[in-house]
Design a protein around this ligand. Structure first.
Ligand code: GTP
Ligand code: MG
Length: 252
């Protein structure tokens, strides 16, 4: 009789134990899945693997985008929407890494969409047509650049900026040093005007722009904490070299 009772007790506690074990396994499983989902979402926002191609219309962004992502020289037309693509590359540690590239149209009404990508962006490639260097053009380029340089994500994430002076195959192309110098002069003017505007608005609670560079000194790209490089390229004449240069810059 006692034997039977012990058998029943043993079986019953076995069932209870296995029930506990099942509950424990399910709980652990749910916790692991939740942690995985959380880490994946978190990673999405912290692992910034996106690079933007920006610049005025007709500078050669879409030509560069297809050379970089498909290794093709294509005939392009004024872009009306972004081109998005992927690029597989090797890191310094010889690991494969997929990055995404977005070519943002240069049209005045569309270019502002670049800021939507900034929270997930690692670096910016700004393309300039080296042959379009009249005062009007330099002003337009500098105004676009100014928007980028004062952007809070550009500053907060200390984004790298690669400025590509494109179309060097053409006779009228101006050197990168000259382009850099005239952009610094123009950015200096814009900086003063914008600061004066902010001051004249008074204390009406509007968010103030951070002063770019050093006060009482002419604006220089070197005064900014971000790494900003100027390079001369011709996507059409020497696209391979241009690709190499960009891949080196991305992996550095
Ligand atoms: N000579 C020369 N022409 C180039 C070079 N790169 C691009 N182009 C030409 O420049 C023109 C404009 O190129 P796109 O790539 O369409 O310019 P984009 O910057 O995408 O212009 P939007 O889409 O309007 O913002 C095209 O006719 C290209 O063939 C280059 O290295 N040399
Ligand atoms: Mg385009």
């Amino acid at each position: 009789m006692e034997d039977n009772f012990n058998k029943i007790k043993h079986t019953f506690s076995g069932i209870l134990n296995s029930q506990y074990a099942t509950i424990l396994i399910i709980t652990i499983f749910i916790l692991v899945v939740a942690a995985y989902l959380f880490l994946n979402t978190f990673k999405k926002y912290t692992d910034r693997n996106n690079f933007l191609i920006l610049g005025l219309s007709d500078s050669g962004k879409t030509t560069l985008f297809f050379k970089l992502t498909k290794d093709e020289l294509v005939k392009t037309y004024t872009s009306r929407s972004e081109n998005e693509g992927k690029l597989m590359m090797k890191t310094k540690k010889n690991k494969k890494k997929e990055i995404s590239i977005v070519d943002v149209p240069g049209h005045e009404r569309l270019r502002f969409r670049f800021s939507e990508y900034l929270p997930i962006t690692k670096g910016l490639i700004f393309v300039i047509d080296s042959t379009q260097q009249s005062q009007v053009f330099v002003r337009r380029i500098a105004e676009y650049l100014y928007l980028i340089l004062v952007n809070k994500y550009f500053q907060k994430f200390n984004m790298d900026l690669l400025i590509l002076c494109n179309k060097t195959d053409l006779l009228l192309a101006v050197s990168k040093d000259k382009i850099k110098e005239s952009l610094e002069t123009e950015l200096d003017h814009i900086r003063l005007t914008r600061t004066a505007n902010v001051e004249s608005q008074g204390e009406n609670g509007e968010e103030e722009e951070v002063f770019l560079g050093y006060e009482n000194e002419k604006f220089k790209f070197e005064h900014l904490p971000n790494s900003i490089e100027f390079e001369e390229v011709s996507v059409i004449n020497d696209g391979n070299k241009c690709n190499e240069l960009i891949l080196d810059w991305i992996s550095s």
